[in-house]
Design a protein around this ligand. Sequence first.
Ligand code: PXP
Length: 250
Amino acid sequence: MKKQDKLRLGVNIDHVATVRNARGGDYPDPLRAAKIAEQAGADGITAHLREDRRHISDADIEGLMDVLTVPLNFEMAATEEMQKIALRHRPHAVCIVPEKREERTTEGGLEVAQDENRLAHFIAPLREAGSRVSIFIAADERQIEAANRIGAEVIELHTGAYCDAFAEGHWDRAQAELRKLEQMAQFADSLGLEVHAGHGLTYDTVSPVAAFPEVRELNIGHFLIGEAIFLGLEPAIREMRRLMFEAREE
Ligand code: PXP
């Protein structure tokens, strides 16, 4: 994998829907945010349809499939209901994430190694329907090997532990987490998996991850939507892209 290989930015618009749902109406519209993200150079849009529909709704997914000109990365839990929805829409990519009702966000990676058989059967029809299947996992060799065995084409490495350590000022821990991410990106790439990364990334934490040549896509949401309040969505995304490409070129 060469350093010059393009690094894509997927913009996660879940939290536009969080703000909308705070008032129960239809403003702000996540579809409008997705179109602005496209104009700002997003290479893809990511949306997580949670089981409890706390942010993105079924109608949002339908609307995104209609209006997007860039690929949709549809995040979902490995449930029968979500599988049916994904098979109906056939998005460009499906990212399988763990989901717990009581969590505020996707706190950890998927436990693939202990659920290999079920997950292999779960993702097979999605792949047959033409969606690229990505598995959101921790930077852990066992989970990467299992993701490879079940037939996933892509893994997304959870960057939350690195970002949390950074935010809390634990520099040694942040460095250790980064080393783990780097080694596991190399390991996954050596198995032929495409490597993505995301969760909790900000302007302060994105550069070292963007610099890993094996990482082909970053998915970033919460920080960008937060920053949009201060800067506007388009400038916020443009600045993230600038930092990503600057890190890539160094
Ligand atoms: N990637 C995956 C698989 C996620 O579940 C999330 C959060 O929904 C993200 C990336 C984006 O994380 P954040 O919103 O913290 O940037």
